[in-house]
Ligand binder design. Sequence first.
Ligand code: XMP
Length: 520
Amino acid sequence: MPSTTDRITIVDFGSQYTQLIARKVREQKVYCTIISCRAPFAKIIAGSPAGFILSGGPSSVHDRGAPLIDRRIFEQGVPVLGICYGMQLTAKLLGGTLHRSREREYGKATLRVNAKCKVQNASIFAGVPAESQVWMSHGDSVLKPPKGFVPLASTPQCAVAAMADPVRRIYGLQFHPEVVHTAHGLRIIRNFLSGVCGCRPSWTMGSIIGQSVKTVREQVGDGRVVLGLSGGVDSSVTAMLLHKALGRRVTCIFVDNGLLRLGERAEVERVFQKQFRVPLVTVDAAREFYKKLKGVTDPERKRKIIGREFIEAFARTAKKLGGVGFLAQGTIYPDVIESTSFKGPSATIKSHHNVGGLPEDMRDLALVEPLRELFKDEVRRVGLALGLPRDLVMRHPFPGPGLAVRILGEVTKERCDVLRLVDRIFIDELRAAGWYDRTSQAFAVLLPVRSVGVMGDERTYQNVAALRAVVTSDFMTAEWARLPAALLARVSSRIVNEVKGVNRVVYDVSTKPPATIEWE
Ligand code: XMP
């Protein structure tokens, strides 16, 4: 953990942008954590950070039950920056006047920095032009700042778009500096971090890796760790970090469930076993999985069976290793935030982060989670810095139940083999056309219907494959990717020519919602 002089605490009031604020702070190489405004006050101020940021939020400070914060937050002797709701709350708690508006100001606005306040502006608006574009999303606004504050800037609709108490170093911004539509948002954040709070840019790749290695070594001592390696980004980077920290005292278990993509197992073995010499045990469990999935068509039953079989195979193998005291997981910071968030634990927490399914005698294993503090982009940069291949580090997410939820209807080895070939062609062509990195997730689905076709003089009656490619930033909503027609034509032609048993290809043009990304 960086020293207290170089860290910021973000208090979350439920804004959709809170994680974005944290990422922008970390982009400035300053470590920060997010804490819910509902946490006990002692916990909020714990660790003596160099400054606090109060996030936005969906409430009005006038609402009954609106989230508040102990006003002693302003008496900690360190700077505070309130953003949107955070600014309104600051004004309310310190005695300012608020204007309650039924209309929301939403979208771009022109910010005019108050030229008369040069001294105060020097800190937070240093280097920001007199007029610039900002992003607004608010109902209420500050009419009169509290005593000791001066208005710093305005927009045509908002007289006090920024305010400051230069003595106590308390700032308020009505607009969102963390959003890309605020032209100089990053500069304002940087000004707050370094100019106002005095934070140094110490959250670098070297310090992130060094810190994680140190923490793992302290926790594990001379113990042994076991990790379920899926070949996905999070578990792969976890494996590399643990290996760096503990050498051969970490063992990875890779369960080949028969539901993987073409060449996936060989690639994991090549990278981890051959290239990096990470101790790896591959469990060949495909036949058991197929057997258990025989005749099953319900997606949720498939998931349950696969989850159970995975735990069983993993636990059996871990027990055989003997002397293992720790279980590693690829939990990342958004998972941690989700489970302690303002809105409370969410039902969408990844199931593989839930160790509840482990057998009784494995629940005693202590958890090791070296990525717990990191956002996905930081995890990826750590992976690259530790030498993992770019293709692996930048790959799209792949669901735990694998191809089973992309084969609608019964899952068999034969159908998996067909889908593997279709998927490979699609992904290879996307990569070749430079579209893989422009989509967030892309894959093929095998439908449970056959359709009529014609090949030479013969009628065929074969499988239909659906292609899905989406663009999303959070996987909660998604747009279908506008792939060029020529690319789709090439993919389709290759699939029907090269994959026996498929005579029709369709492209999924549904958004999420109402559709989901996966078909099951
Ligand atoms: P949906 O289909 O819900 O997918 O729009 C959102 C994201 O979640 C992934 N997904 C899963 N991941 N186990 C997983 O580990 C699952 O059962 C599962 N179902 C969906 C999906 O691939 C997408 O990235």
